[in-house]
Design a protein around this ligand. Structure first.
Ligand SMILES: [Zn+2]
Length: 337
C-alpha cells in the first residue's frame, strides 16, 4: 500500500510497502513468465525493495543519506528533501545509465540465474531482444556483484584446495608427428591460466586465477584462517602450507579419497567451470577468467537454493552494488575505431 501527498507540484510519497510477492516464500520457484507479467510499476517497486531491502524498500538519498524524499510521479525519479539532490532507482548502482528497462533487467537476471553452467551473452541478447554488447556488459556486471559477495570472507574449519588449468584452447595440429606436448613448460603458450579453488566444507568457495598453483600460496594464507584443516593433493606448491595449516594430503594418481583426505568438492567446482567453458562460452578470454571462476563459485555455493532464491540473491547483490569501474562505459572504450 502506498500513500501519496501532493506537495509543491510533485508528489511526496510515503511508503508502507508490503513485501513484494517475488520476495515471499511462495515465490521459491520463479518462472520467467512471472517476471515478464510484471507491470512497469511492479518491476520498479520490486527493484526498490531489492535495492533498499534494509530500509523496507524505501529509497534514501545517495548523496546525504536523507530518508525524506519526494518522488516525481511522471518520471519515476526522486528528490532529497534535505539536500535537493535528484536521483533515480538505479543511481549510484551498477545499473546506473542503464539501456534496458528495469523489467528487462530483472528478466535477464532470472534467465542468468537459471543457467547452471552459465549463460552466454549472445543467447541472453536473443532472449531479451537487446544488442549483444548490452547483454555482454550486463552479464559481466552481474558476475562482478556476485563475486563481491565473498570479498571479505575468511575460510576456516575444513577447506579443500586444488588447482586446474583453463582458457586458451589451441587446436592440435592435423598430423600426429606435427603435434607438440603442451604439458611441457617450453611448449606452453601462456594462454592457459591456473584457477586455484579454496572451498570450505559447508561454507563458501573462493577462487584465484594466476600463472601457477605456487603463485596462489600467499592468497591462500590471506584467505584461509591459520590452523584450518586443509585437504590438498600431492602438488609440491602445497608443501609451503605445511606448518601454518593442518594438512591432509592425497595422491590422486593412487585414489581420489582415502577416508582421510579428499578434494571432491574442489573437483566438483572444476567440473562446473569446465562445463561452462566448453559448453556455454566455448572460449573464455584470459582477462576475464577470474570473473567466470567467481560466478561458478557462487553457483556452487547456491546450488541447493531454489531458482527463486537464486534470482533474489543475484538481483539484490547487483541492485546494491556500486557503479562498476571496469564495466561502466566499456563499449565507449572498446569499440573498434
Ligand atoms: Zn540528500
Amino acid at each position: 500500500m502506498q500513500l501519496y501527498h501532493i506537495r509543491y507540484g510533485y508528489i511526496e510519497i510515503v511508503y508502507f510497502m508490503a513485501q513484494h510477492f517475488l520476495l515471499s516464500a511462495q515465490a521459491r520457484s520463479l518462472s520467467l513468465a512471472q517476471v515478464m507479467r510484471l507491470t512497469y510499476q511492479e518491476a520498479f517497486d520490486l527493484f526498490l525493495s531489492l535495492r533498499y531491502a534494509e530500509n523496507g524498500g524505501k529509497p534514501h538519498c545517495p548523496k546525504c543519506g536523507g530518508f525524506e524524499v519526494y518522488r516525481y510521479e511522471s518520471r519515476r525519479i526522486f528528490k532529497c528533501k534535505a539536500c535537493q539532490a535528484q536521483f533515480s532507482a538505479t543511481s549510484n548502482t551498477i545499473f546506473a545509465s542503464r539501456k534496458l528497462a528495469i523489467r528487462d533487467i530483472l528478466a535477464a537476471i532470472a534467465i542468468f540465474a537459471n543457467g547452471a553452467k552459465g549463460h552466454s551473452a549472445l543467447q541472453l541478447s536473443r532472449d531479451i531482444d537487446c544488442q549483444y554488447r548490452t547483454a555482454y556488459v550486463l552479464a559481466h556486471k552481474l558476475r562482478e556483484s556476485m563475486s563481491a559477495e565473498t570479498k571479505n570472507v575468511i575460510l576456516s574449519g575444513e577447506v579443500e584446495i586444488d588447482g586446474a588449468y583453463f582458457g586458451g584452447h589451441a587446436k592440435p595440429a592435423n598430423r600426429k608427428e606435427d603435434r607438440i606436448d603442451r604439458r611441457l613448460a617450453e611448449n606452453q603458450t601462456g594462454k592457459r591460466l591456473c584457477v586455484v579453488v579454496m572451498r570450505q566444507r559447508g561454507g563458501r568457495t573462493l577462487t584465484r586465477v594466476g600463472i601457477s598453483e605456487l603463485e596462489a600460496v600467499p592468497t591462500i594464507m590471506q584467505r584461509v584462517a591459520p590452523g584450518t584443516v586443509i585437504h590438498a593433493d600431492e602438488a609440491s606448491a602445497w608443501d609451503r602450507l605445511q606448518g601454518r595449516y593442518d594438512m591432509r594430503r592425497i595422491n590422486h594418481s593412487v585414489c581420489y579419497s582415502d577416508g582421510i583426505a579428499c578434494t571432491n568438492q574442489a573437483e566438483s567446482f572444476f567440473s562446473r567451470l569446465r562445463r561452462a567453458e566448453l559448453g556455454t562460452h566455448h572460449n573464455i578470454r584470459k582477462a576475464y577468467l577470474d570473473s567466470y571462476a567467481a560466478e561458478m563459485a557462487w553457483r556452487e555455493d547456491h546450488r541447493r537454493d531454489s531458482n527463486g532464491v537464486q534470482f533474489i540473491g543475484i538481483a539484490k547483490s547487483a541492485a546494491q552494488h556500486p557503479v562498476s569501474r571496469q564495466w561502466k562505459g566499456y563499449w565507449q572504450r572498446h569499440l573498434p575505431k
